[in-house]
Write a protein that binds this ligand. Sequence first.
Ligand SMILES: *Cc1c(COP(=O)(O)O)cnc(C)c1O
Length: 371
Amino acid sequence: MDLKARHAPMRCEFLSAMTAVMDSGKFAGGPFVERFEEEFAAYCGTKYAIGVGSGTEALWLTLVAMGIGPGDEVITVPLTFVATIEAILLAGAQPVFVDIDPATYTMNPSAIVKVLTAKTKAILPVHLFGQPADIGRILEIASAHGLSVIEDAAQAHGAEWHGRKAGSLADAGCFSFYPGKNLGGFGESGAITTDDADLAVRLRMLRDHGQSRKNQHDLIGWNSRMDGLQAAVLSIMLRHLDEANRIRKHHARHYQEALAGIGNVILPCESSCSSHAWHIYAPRISERDSLLRDFRKHGIGYGIHYPMPVHHQRAYQSYAGLKGAFPIAEHCADELVSLPSSPELSDAQVDQVIGVVSRWAGKKLKYHATA
Ligand SMILES: *Cc1c(COP(=O)(O)O)cnc(C)c1O
């Protein structure tokens, strides 16, 4: 990921937008935020978008706004960025994990019914790596049991499910605009998308100290206003999002074709119901350590998302008893490798990565043949 290269073509646009914010003095909330909220809601196909301080706060405030808290359970997945779980715990509720699907890496809906209890209030699927979770089946279960569904769409700006955008598929969608996301600003921010007018009103209050109007605090809220500068930058980035996602898809298809049939490599799969936003292109690679060594030797950047499922992390020791309970998430954590696939990469750079993977796979083949 090379953010400097990503932003360079829009440098003049950014500078004039940032100057406009500076000259207006509208830094915390205000007209630039309102404009971006309207644009982002229109893009996602929802009635409302509410800008907040981060994706983590988008998740947390949504749970709070839905009245989910102590004594409640929220069903989610253990293979995600830790923020999904933090938001549930900080709302005072309990995360209840279900395993993921090995092909899409997203929530396995068949596992949900087994963990439902009288305390279950919501399902929080993650559109991991930019692929929408199996939302149709999740919504069916939710409506049969009177549960809310919140999309963690922090990696899925512009992804689609049956032609509808992530963020518009359930009761609320939570986005992050952290710089590295498909839609990223120049710092921290996030947003919630929804069609629910009451939820939107509560979220607008919660992000601004619970105020219904100036000095009238009707809820116990927080300071989670979006910056005017972030909003101005994001309005520009939003106009370039579809093109950036198109290039991500192009790189992903290139990898899919070039790496098909290579031993030790299981390719990520794009569900026929969805259009993948390819925030992360991550095949599963058995014995990945030796490939990572080759990447380092050739100066190729890579990521591991995520080296441990959340319930294996030290802060979540109270869930350590669940080790082994989600074999697919645990197995994927050992095998996933995120390959370079940012829109600023050239085809030649992607070819270079493919070359290193192919030569590594060839070495492996020879090694196993002679062993
Ligand atoms: C990035 C991310 C978040 C958190 O967003 P921040 O803006 O960094 O707080 C939440 N969930 C997932 C899946 C993410 O990738």
